[in-house]
Design a protein around this ligand. Structure first.
Ligand SMILES: C[S@@+](CC[C@H](N)C(=O)[O-])C[C@H]1O[C@@H](n2cnc3c(N)ncnc32)[C@H](O)[C@@H]1O
Length: 507
């Protein structure tokens, strides 16, 4: 074990002190900086020693750069760890609903080749087939209303409109709301759109590059000639919110990441390898041509389209629709401590003119359902656990808080506040959907679980319990797929479909 001193650059470190620092870390893991801090050592030799030990299989590197001793790699062997199976059993015992299985594609990947859906690849989205399948099974006759309170890029809305129903979506992130609006405007004339895209390109080629967006790293994001062409193209786009102007803005937004040095995998960052070079003007023309092709294909079914979709660019926590006006709700909310959408779409926000400063980004992040980058002053308001909250949630928040305090090794000390706010954020959305649904109406949610600071959080079951508390019946929880934990690669998380029903007897 660690007692045998590693050879190489970390050799001068005291192996006993390193082992002790890792023991104190326990099963949560610590960063190199934290371990070095605990040992009173410099970071580079500690990093070298850990790498040497990793090669010998004695320590493991988890997601987010956290290190643990191999002895602590199995969370389920810890007595204080409540694992997914124990929660599933409790859920069944307390509410009579066991975990089922959903068979069918659920991730957005299946949409990447599909007409219209492919206009805005959204890693966080779900598959069109999942929505179409639900609509078929729900036998929603034409004219029924379907709501998606976190509609993202509009997967639900596109399928609902194609199925002849009325679609309503809420989305807070302006680039995603733009995608949802443009993708549901089936009436857009493809010939006019292509002609306008060509004239944007002509105007752009004749311009000089304009002002850089406010993001500090803009010059690193793009090669110099790509950056110049993007600035010219951006400034040649028509302004305003008319359908054609918005479709062209989306076309421009589509090419930003493909022509950049960045990628989303799923978080925005520089990739390990160089990306193949893509030219700005040909990429814009190809994107526009693809959209025109899809619009033409859509027209074949125009007789069966539902009415124009409504996309509310706003906060779903304030969702207020007339009581009983919705027949079915389908959504996928952000996941517990999940992605920082604002960070991930900062390029789109800045280049499409939706944010002009870091303060704008921060304001938008605060309004989003709580993510792991929530501002500290916001999280501070949720550090105390509400005595009336779900006992499951209380146990979980207490465990996170205790682990972070005693093991001192999570990125943030206030992470239980972030989780607490997450469930507080979902509550008004569930309540708003409950009110808006007609009696007998279903609310179907695709949602994942999480592993955080050595504590397992059954997000799907907690949301089902929140729904039950508000008056919904929990019809089913079906596991649609498993996925790896970002914090601990060996730990399998899941993604589930939670179906809630507003009782027919409900007023
Ligand atoms: C998992 S994604 C939904 C993806 C969608 N199903 C699709 O296929 O494109 C969750 C969405 O919730 C949005 N969101 C987060 N907080 C919100 C809030 N308070 N109000 C409305 N939307 C919000 C995020 O911007 C994100 O687009």
């Amino acid at each position: 074990m660690v007692d045998r001193a590693p050879s190489g650059p970390g050799a001068s470190l005291d192996p006993k002190a390193l082992r002790q620092a890792l023991v104190e870390t326990g099963a949560i893991g610590s960063t190199v900086r934290q371990i070095a801090g605990r040992m009173g050592a410099n970071v580079p030799p500690v990093a070298a020693a850990l790498t040497a030990l990793e090669e010998r299989g004695e320590v493991l590197r988890l997601g987010r750069g956290l290190w643990v001793l191999r002895d602590f790699s199995e969370l389920s062997e810890r007595e204080d760890f409540a694992d997914p199976a124990s929660y599933a059993e409790r859920f069944h015992a307390e509410g009579g609903v066991g975990l089922g299985t959903y068979r069918g594609p659920i991730t957005f990947r299946a949409n990447e080749e599909l007409p219209v859906h492919r206009w805005w690849p959204y890693v966080q989205g779900y598959s069109a087939e999942f929505v179409a399948d639900l609509l078929r099974r729900a036998e929603q006759p034409d004219g029924r209303t379907v709501l998606d309170p976190f509609c993202g890029s509009g997967t639900t809305l596109v399928e609902v409109r194609r199925a002849g129903c009325r679609a309503i979506g809420y989305e807070l992130l302006p680039p995603s709301a733009l995608a949802a609006r443009v993708k549901t405007r089936f009436e857009l004339d493809p010939t006019r759109f292509e002609a306008e895209a060509r004239s944007v390109e002509r105007r752009a080629r004749a311009r000089k590059p304009g002002r850089l967006p406010f993001l500090r790293e803009t010059a690193q994001h793009f090669l110099p000639d790509v950056l110049a062409d993007l600035l010219r193209l951006r400034d040649a786009l028509p302004s305003g919110d008319a359908s054609l102007a918005e479709a062209l803005r989306l076309t421009f937004g589509r090419i930003l990441i493909p022509v950049s040095r960045l990628r989303r995998s799923p978080c925005l960052g520089y990739g390990p390898t160089e990306k193949p070079r893509r030219e700005v003007f040909p990429s814009f023309a190809t994107a526009a041509a693809e959209m025109a092709t899809d619009l033409r294909a859509l027209r074949r079914d125009r007789g069966s389209w539902g009415p124009a979709a409504t996309v509310v660019e706003g906060d779903a926590r304030g969702l207020e629709l007339p009581k009983g006006s919705v027949d079915l709700a389908i959504t996928s909310p952000p996941y517990v401590n999940g992605m920082d959408y604002v960070m991930n779409y900062k390029l789109d926000l800045a280049w499409l003119g939706y944010a002009s400063s870091y303060a704008d980004l921060s304001r938008l992040r605060t309004a989003q359902v709580s993510c792991d980058n929530l501002r500290r002053d916001e999280a501070a308001r949720y550090l105390q656990v509400d005595p009336s909250s779900d006992p499951w949630l209380k146990e979980i928040l207490t465990s996170i808080e205790r682990n972070v305090r005693t093991k001192g090794s999570y990125r943030r000390q206030d992470v239980h506040g972030i989780v607490n706010r997450y469930f507080a954020d979902l509550r008004p959305v569930l309540a708003g959907v409950y009110r808006a649904l007609a009696p007998g109406g279903k609310f179907v949610l695709v949602i994942g679980d999480s592993l955080l600071a050595g504590t397992y959080i059954p997000g799907d079951l907690l949301v089902a319990r929140q729904g039950a508390e508000l008056g919904f019946e929990v019809a089913s929880v079906e596991v649609a797929r498993t996925r790896r934990s970002g914090q601990r690669r060996s730990f399998r998380l899941r993604e589930s479909i939670v179906t809630l029903v507003k009782p027919t007897a409900a007023a």
